[in-house]
Design a protein around this ligand. Structure first.
Ligand SMILES: [Ca+2]
Ligand SMILES: [Ca+2]
Length: 391
């Protein structure tokens, strides 16, 4: 199976095609020394999905903290479809039957200098990390993970790893820095097999240090450190059975329950800081999205970037979108802050909160209403910016 040809076809097809995953590819058998681990590695053993999600350290539970990291990368494949960096923390795994452009990160150019980095809002403790390779015959064959110390920003000695498991569904475990507080983890690719490389998913076992969790820099966008936990149904939802969900024990399971997260217009894209990606709901005046933080934070403003008038390219048609005049922000399920646009031409709403009330926020629900424009049903958001309270 020629995956390179396949990805080019996907790119051509995907100029606007977004309501289906590419077809035509079949599961590719593992070729070459797929399970080789002949050379030594300083990383720990390679092939088991970790099951830890509830052990504790220092009184804080060890969980997957990847969803609460902001993800940046040296680049991503923009060949028609977009293999965005944030796909490594969406809890979704694509299988080997296609490229799964909406749940994987893929690089195409300068592969062996490529990197992807997870950064947390405040210091974290990391016990270990699971890396899931792309589920294609293209494979990362060596690399390293380096962790930046929270206090000094100096990178700790890197942890080298050899080839990732080529099935894309089996993790390779990488050692963490243990008790040293860090603020980011950078995964670098040194060698690969095939024409592309990337990751299906990254799971990071650790916790954000609770005693320092309020020391958020004023420039931090807390939305980028929040997990999208629920949203109105998504236009053009992608219901492919090729996508698996990482369960709470980080085992790939069936395609249930991933609505609103997979797909090209999913709710994830409101938290990536990228105005070119967006969430489109088809619920009109009942549109909502819910975000969750791993540690309580004080929030002072919620900035909502509306869609533009012009609509978005969908398959061969333009989908003309509605817009919203009114936004309601509900924190921790009880306190409500709201705001209306002054002018229908405004492309944003900034909802101010009361820091005396919104001081220990973990859950943020945003409701959009008073719809106008080209559609009474399809509204959405390009991006969300949540500003922490001044320290
Ligand atoms: Ca993923
Ligand atoms: Ca976005």
């Amino acid at each position: 199976m020629n995956k390179t040809k396949n990805i080019l076809m996907i790119g051509l097809l995907a100029i606007g095609v977004s309501n289906c995953l590419p077809e035509g590819a079949v599961p590719t058998p593992c070729v070459g020394s797929c399970n080789s681990s002949s050379s030594s590695s300083s990383s720990s053993s390679s092939s088991s999905s970790s099951s830890s999600s509830s052990s504790s350290s220092g009184g804080q539970a060890i969980t997957n903290i990847a969803p609460y990291a902001f993800v940046t990368a040296s680049g991503y494949n923009t060949n028609g479809v977009k293999y965005y960096p944030l796909h490594i923390k969406d809890g979704l795994l694509g299988d080997s039957s296609n490229w799964n452009h909406s749940v994987t990160w893929v690089v195409r150019d300068n592969i062996d200098q490529s990197w992807i980095e997870l950064t947390w809002a405040t210091p974290v403790i990391i016990q270990s990390m699971d890396l899931y390779d792309l589920a294609t015959d293209h494979q990362i064959t060596s690399g390293e993970v380096s962790y930046a110390a929270a206090e000094s920003s100096v990178f700790l000695p890197a942890v080298h790893f050899n080839e990732l498991n080529n099935d894309g569904m089996t993790a390779r475990k990488i050692a963490g820095p243990g008790n040293v507080e860090v603020k980011s983890a950078r995964i670098k690719i040194f060698n690969h097999r095939g024409d592309h490389a990337g990751l299906n998913e990254v799971v990071v076992y650790g916790y954000r240090v609770a005693s320092k969790a309020k020391q958020v820099a004023s420039t931090t966008n807390l939305a980028q450190h929040a997990k999208v936990t629920a949203a109105s149904s998504v236009y053009d939802e992608n219901s492919s059975s090729h996508i698996k969900v990482l369960s709470p024990t980080n085992t790939p399971v069936g395609p249930d329950n991933f609505i609103n997260l997979a797909g090209d217009y999913s709710a994830r894209y409101t938290t990536d800081g990228n105005p070119d990606t967006f969430w489109v709901s088809q619920n009109g005046a009942n549109t909502f999205i819910e975000l969750e933080l791993d540690q309580p934070a004080c929030i002072s403003k919620v900035y909502l970037q509306d869609m533009t008038w012009n609509g978005i390219l969908l398959s061969n048609d333009i989908l003309y979108l509605g817009r919203f005049r009114h936004a309601k922000v509900i924190v921790n399920g009880e306190k409500i802050f709201e705001k209306s646009k002054n002018n229908d031409n405004d492309y944003e709403i900034i909802v101010d909160t009361d820091p005396a009330i919104a001081k220990d926020v973990k859950k943020i629900r945003i409701e959009l209403s008073d719809i106008y424009g080209h559609s009474q049903s399809n509204v959405g958001l390009k991006d969300i910016h949540i500003t922490p309270c001044p320290s």
